[in-house]
Design a protein around this ligand. Structure first.
Ligand SMILES: [Zn+2]
Ligand SMILES: [Zn+2]
Length: 352
C-alpha cells in the first residue's frame, strides 16, 4: 500500500479536515501520480454534504486532477515517470460493453467507476478523489496534459472543460452557427471559450447584467440578460444550439423559444430537484429537441485537452491552499468565484 494524505469530509455537516490514508499498491496497468493541483467542482460540495445520498466516510472529493507520474506498472507504455498528467471524473469502467467500445466510458453499461463515490475494481474499497497527495489510476483513464498550458488552470478542463466540449462537438458546433450558453459559472465560462475557438457566434444568456463585460472578455460576441423579456423575444428562433449550464431549477421555455427549427438545447447542469416541465407546443411546431450530456469519453477528453493546448485555453481560476476549502465552498454557494477554485495540493497539503 502507498501512504497518502487528504482533506476529507467525515460527515455531511462538519468542515473537511486533514486525514492520513492509503492508496492501493501499483498494479501492472496502473499509474501512480503525485497530485499537484485539483479543481473544485460543485459536485464535490454536493457530494461532501450528502446531497447525492450517503456514501462511505471519510469522503475525499476532487475530480479535476493534475499531477506528475511518480511510478508506473510493468505493462504501462503510454505514460512514464515525470509526465504531466490528468485524471477526470472516472477512474475505471468495464472497457468491453458497447458503450466502452465506442469510447464512451462515461456511459458504460455496467456503470463507470467515479473518481470519488465509486467502488475500486478488485479491492472493493471506496474510491478517493483528488484533494489528496497521491492517486493510483488504471493507465487507460490517465490523460496527457499538453505542455505550455498552466497546469493549475488546466485542472478544471478535466471536468468543466470536457462537460462542455463534448456536447459542443456532438452537436457539431462550428463556423456559421449561432450558439447560446446559458449561465456564466465554472461550466459556462469554459463553454464560451470553447465554442468561440470552434468558430461559432457565441451568445451568453445571463440573469445578471453585471456579467456582460466579463462574458465579452471571455469571448462572447453578444450577451442577453435573460430576465429582460423584450431582449429574449428579439432572440426568438435564432439559435442552432444552446448549451444550458445552469444547475438550479428554472423555466426552460424562454430558451427553447430561441432555437431555430431543428435546434437543440442540451442540459449539462444537474439540479437537485427537476426543472418545471417544458411546454410541448414550442417543441413540436419547430421540431426542436431538449437533450442531456455527461462529461466525455477518455479519447474525447484527450482530444479536448489537445484542442485547449493548440488554442491556449484554460479556466479562469483562483488558486487556494487546501486549508481554505471550507471557505471556498461557502463562496461557491454564493457564486463568489471567477470562475473556478483550484487547490494548490502540492503546495499546501503537507502543512496539515
Ligand atoms: Zn465535476
Ligand atoms: Zn463498459
Amino acid at each position: 500500500m502507498i501512504p497518502a494524505s487528504a482533506y476529507a469530509a467525515f460527515d455531511p455537516q462538519s468542515p473537511l479536515k486533514y486525514w492520513d490514508f492509503e492508496r492501493r499498491a501499483v498494479r501492472p496497468d496502473d499509474v501512480e501520480i503525485d497530485i499537484l493541483f485539483c479543481g473544485v467542482c460543485h459536485s464535490d460540495l454536493h457530494a461532501a454534504r450528502g446531497e447525492w445520498g450517503e456514501m462511505n466516510r471519510p469522503f475525499v472529493p476532487g475530480h479535476e486532477i493534475v499531477g506528475r507520474v511518480a511510478a508506473v506498472g510493468d505493462q504501462v507504455t503510454a505514460h512514464k515517470v515525470g509526465d504531466l498528467v490528468g485524471v477526470g471524473c472516472m477512474v475505471d469502467s468495464c472497457l468491453h460493453c458497447s458503450d466502452c467500445e465506442d469510447g464512451l466510458e462515461q456511459y458504460c453499461a455496467h456503470g463507470m467507476v467515479g473518481t470519488y463515490m465509486g467502488v475500486e475494481t478488485g479491492t472493493g474499497k471506496p474510491t478517493y478523489g483528488g484533494y489528496s497527495s497521491k492517486i493510483v489510476v488504471k493507465d487507460h483513464f490517465v490523460l496527457k496534459i499538453p505542455e505550455g498550458l498552466d497546469p493549475a488552470a488546466a485542472a478544471p478542463l478535466l471536468c468543466a472543460g470536457v462537460t462542455t466540449y463534448s456536447p459542443l462537438r456532438h452537436w457539431k458546433v462550428g463556423p456559421g452557427q449561432r450558439v447560446g450558453v446559458v449561465g456564466l459559472g465554472g461550466l459556462g465560462h469554459m463553454a464560451v471559450k470553447l465554442a468561440r475557438a470552434m468558430g461559432a457566434t457565441v451568445v451568453v444568456f445571463t440573469t445578471s447584467a453585471s456579467k456582460i463585460d466579463d462574458a465579452k472578455r471571455l469571448g462572447a460576441h453578444e450577451v442577453v440578460v435573460s430576465r429582460d423579456a423584450e431582449a429574449m423575444a428579439a432572440e426568438a428562433g435564432r439559435f442552432d444550439f444552446i448549451l444550458n449550464t445552469v444547475a438550479a431549477p428554472h423555466d426552460l421555455d424562454p430558451f427553447i423559444a430561441c432555437l431555430k427549427r431543428d435546434g437543440t438545447m442540451t442540459l449539462v447542469g444537474a439540479p437537485a430537484s427537476p426543472h418545471p416541465s417544458p411546454a410541448v407546443f414550442p417543441l413540436i411546431t419547430k421540431r426542436r429537441s431538449i437533450a442531456g450530456s455527461m462529461i466525455g469519453g477518455i479519447a474525447e477528453t484527450q482530444e479536448m485537452l489537445d484542442f485547449c493546448g493548440a488554442h491556449g485555453i484554460t479556466a479562469d481560476i483562483e488558486l487556494i491552499p487546501i486549508q481554505a476549502i471550507n471557505t471556498a465552498y461557502e463562496r461557491m454557494l454564493k457564486s463568489d468565484v471567477k470562475y473556478r477554485f483550484v487547490i494548490d495540493v502540492a503546495g499546501s497539503l503537507a502543512k496539515g
